[in-house]
Design a protein around this ligand. Structure first.
Ligand code: AMP
Length: 360
């Protein structure tokens, strides 16, 4: 185990140049690591804070050069092609590796994996051909493309077989999954780190509020009963162990009105619903990722103060003066040049020591 430790002073390679890579690079720097970002854009926002190489994800020569300059490699988004991770693995350890993205990239595979790992999910069925439309029973439901959907994209709510057929046409007759609509009381997420030695640590469960399929806020403490939180944590840890990953995995879940906890989606990387940990937890999710992939001891996950993270989407980030003037607000801007509707431009974490967070 000790010989696998990648000590401070080493270089962490990051596939992907978005805000998650940016915040990982900042956490790495704090612990004395260098970070090198690999992404196709000439001007990535992660590259604003650390060294950056431009390269396509299918350029094996460029990937080999990148791997030659780093000691360990991670990724900041789960849609990095499996072949890219495979090409990197020939040169350096990639943590969490190719297995988690194999499942996370494909909604049907992901749900099947959850079930095999003993995690309950909404009822679902594949929709890949016209015959599947007739067999559909998971109604009312949500039809989702198996690949390339995020932040509510590639998803259509359907109440009847006729609506299902129209939705499948609209999604381009692609491979889809039909999921029964879950009547949930709230959504939560577990973010679990798993170290090189298999030790796991779950951050306190956050309660998430989505609008239009996009995460808007995460609140900790969640105000949910202890038994629900324990179950959510158990599912997160079970997922991390089943994936045998070294790194971080986020599991988004539904808490149903009758108190069951169902797995919805996973991401084997830092997650938007864990941003509160930067300002209100003993260890941030980004530092925890660095610790896990470098074989360092995992950090404490104690909550330092009640907090609520709110995403700044599109033009909301233009209000930065207001957040700066609020003594309870910690502002994080991602350095993105253009505010488009639905684009995550930054976030603000309200940290309220000695105060209780009002319910949203
Ligand atoms: P997803 O991309 O699967 O995370 O879905 C985005 C959001 O859509 C979720 O966070 C939920 O708010 C909602 N949603 C997705 N699937 C379901 C479902 N089966 N039942 C009810 N709401 C859902």
């Amino acid at each position: 185990m000790a010989d696998k430790v990648i000590p401070p002073g080493s270089t962490i390679g990051i596939l992907g140049g978005g805000q998650l890579g940016r915040m990982t690079a900042l956490a790495a720097a704090r612990l004395g690591y260098r970070a090198l970002v690999y992404s196709p854009e000439a001007d990535s926002i992660a590259g604003q804070v650390t060294a950056h190489v431009q390269g396509e994800y299918d350029d094996s020569a460029a990937l080999a050069r990148f791997a030659g300059r780093v000691d360990v490699i991670t990724y900041e988004f789960e849609n990095v092609p499996e072949a890219t991770v495979g090409a990197c693995e020939r040169h350096k350890p990639v943590r969490p590796g190719v297995r988690p993205i194999h499942f996370a990239q494909h909604r049907l595979r992901e749900k099947e994996f959850f079930r095999k790992a003993g995690l309950g999910t909404a009822d679902y069925q594949p929709v890949g051909c016209a015959a599947d439309l007739d067999k559909a029973t998971a109604l009312p439901g949500i039809l989702k493309t198996c690949t390339e959907g995020y932040d509510g994209k590639g998803q259509i709510r359907v109440a009847s077989k006729a609506e299902l057929a129209a939705a499948w046409e609209k999604l381009g007759r692609r491979d889809c999954i039909l999921e029964a609509l879950v009547d949930f009381q709230c959504e939560v997420s577990a973010i679990v780190a798993r170290g090189l030695d298999g030790e796991t640590r779950c951050f306190p469960i956050g309660r998430n509020e989505h609008r239009d399929g996009i995460l808007r806020t995460t609140t900790v403490p969640s105000g949910l009963p202890a038994a629900t939180l324990k179950e959510a944590e158990r599912l997160g840890v079970q997922l991390a162990d089943s994936l045998e990953l070294t790194g971080l995995v986020a599991l988004e879940m539904f808490v149903t009105r009758d108190g069951r906890v169902l797995a919805n989606e996973m991401a084997p990387r830092p997650h938007n619903s864990g941003h509160w940990t930067i300002d209100a937890c003993a260890t941030s999710q980004f530092e925890q990722l660095v610790r896990a992939i470098c074989g360092l001891p995992l950090g404490a996950v104690d909550v330092l103060a009640p907090s609520r993270m709110a995403n700044l989407i599109g033009e909301e980030a233009d209000d930065w003066r207001r957040y700066l003037a609020d003594p309870t607000a910690r502002l994080h801007l991602y350095g993105k040049a253009k505010a488009r509707p639905g684009r995550k431009m930054g976030h603000v974490t309200y940290v309220l020591p000695n105060a209780s967070i009002p319910r949203s």
